[in-house]
Structure formats: C-alpha cells, structure tokens
Design a protein around this ligand. Structure first.
Ligand SMILES: [Zn+2]
Length: 207
C-alpha cells in the first residue's frame, strides 16, 4: 500500500513517532474515502477488460494511484459516466485516461451478428431483457439494441470517440484532463490514437 516501501527506518528514541506514523498511514489508507483523500494520482482509468492489457504496468501505476473501470471494449457507457461523475465531483479526480487496444474482441464481429448470437445462445429477445436488473424501467427507447452492444471497427476512431464523450459530458467538470491511448498487444506499447506505425511509414514513402 501507499509509499510504505519508501519509509525511512526509525532512529533511536523516535520509535513511537515511527509507530504513530504507521498507524496514521494505515488509518488514512483504510478510511481515505471518508477522509476525502483522493487516489494518489487523482486519476480514473477507463480500459477494456481484455486479459492481455496490463493497465497498471502500461501506465506506470501502483496500488492506490487510480480508480480503474474496465468493461468490454473500454467504452464510455452509462456506468462509466456514473463512475466518472462520482470520481471527479466527489473524490478529487482531475484526470481521466482511456485505454483501448489492438485486436480487441469488440472488433471480431458486427453488431447485428453479436445480437443474433446472444439471442441464439440465451433463447431471449434482447429487446425484452432488463439491461440493468436493478433498474428494470431503464430502457434504450428509440435506440437499437445493436447500439447497446456497441462493437468497434476502427480502434483509433473508437478511442478518440470515447475521449470526446467524456470531454463533452455535462456531469464531468470541464477542468478535468482527458486523454486516451491505444495499447498494441503485438508490441506491448502504448500509442496515441491515430498514430499507427504503418500510417507513418506510408506517409514517408509518399513524400
Ligand atoms: Zn478489448
């Protein structure tokens, strides 16, 4: 937890101060929400749930540094907005980072094929199913269930879109810094959306 590894050893005669410090540090950690202590980097990360994405390692994060929300595709869904609104307005989060990635499972099929596959597998009509069991009255109105499934065809465009959704949302304060990255599973590296290596090579050749 926290910075305990950086803590200096107690000097003779100051052991009680060291012990008190440890107790205070533990109390801060255990009750940081009630004490209004933000995450160590005042950061929220929104990332895909994919098991190949080492979110903390890729962003250089330690335990305690960030709120982390992961879902299928790293998409800004209603629950991401809910979580981001709470994190930024009540827990002093000042920065949000979106992490999408190459070879995402959300790029492996078209929306309608996923809807058909889910309905075939479950023998349910998605239009009739409660999308949120705790809020059965919540439905998507005129929108299509394909939009709710929300597959991806271009991961760079998708990343940029998630950033814009967060930047423009009225429940997220304007001063919050919002950025996004594409994690390349092939090279274990982050890049900014729209900075595909292949595009850079094409550009140089054409000049
Ligand atoms: Zn993914």
């Amino acid at each position: 937890m926290g910075d305990s590894s950086n803590e200096s050893e107690p000097e003779p005669g100051q052991v009680f101060e060291w012990v008190d410090g440890r107790i205070d540090q533990r109390d801060d950690w255990a009750r940081r929400r009630r004490k209004d202590i933000p995450t160590d980097k005042q950061l929220l990360v929104v990332a895909c749930m994919d098991e190949r994405i080492p979110v903390e390692e890729a962003l250089g994060l330690q335990l305690g540094d960030a709120h982390i929300f992961r879902n299928a595709g790293g998409k800004v869904t209603d629950d991401v907005i809910r979580s981001a609104a709470l994190s930024t307005n009540f827990f002093d989060t000042t920065e949000i980072i979106v992490v999408n990635h190459t070879d995402c499972g959300m790029m492996s099929a078209l929306d309608d094929a996923v809807v058909e596959g889910l309905e075939a597998a479950t023998d349910e009509s998605l239009a009739e199913v409660d999308l949120n069991p705790a809020l059965p009255s919540l439905d998507i109105g005129e929108a299509s269930i394909e939009d709710w499934v929300w597959m991806t065809d271009d991961i760079d465009d998708a990343c940029q879109t998630q950033i814009e959704y967060l930047r423009e949302h009225p429940l997220i304060p304007e001063e919050v810094t919002i950025h996004g990255y594409v994690y390349e599973v092939e090279s274990d590296a982050l890049r900014r959306p729209g900075e595909r290596v292949s595009e850079r090579i094409d550009t140089r050749v054409s000049e």
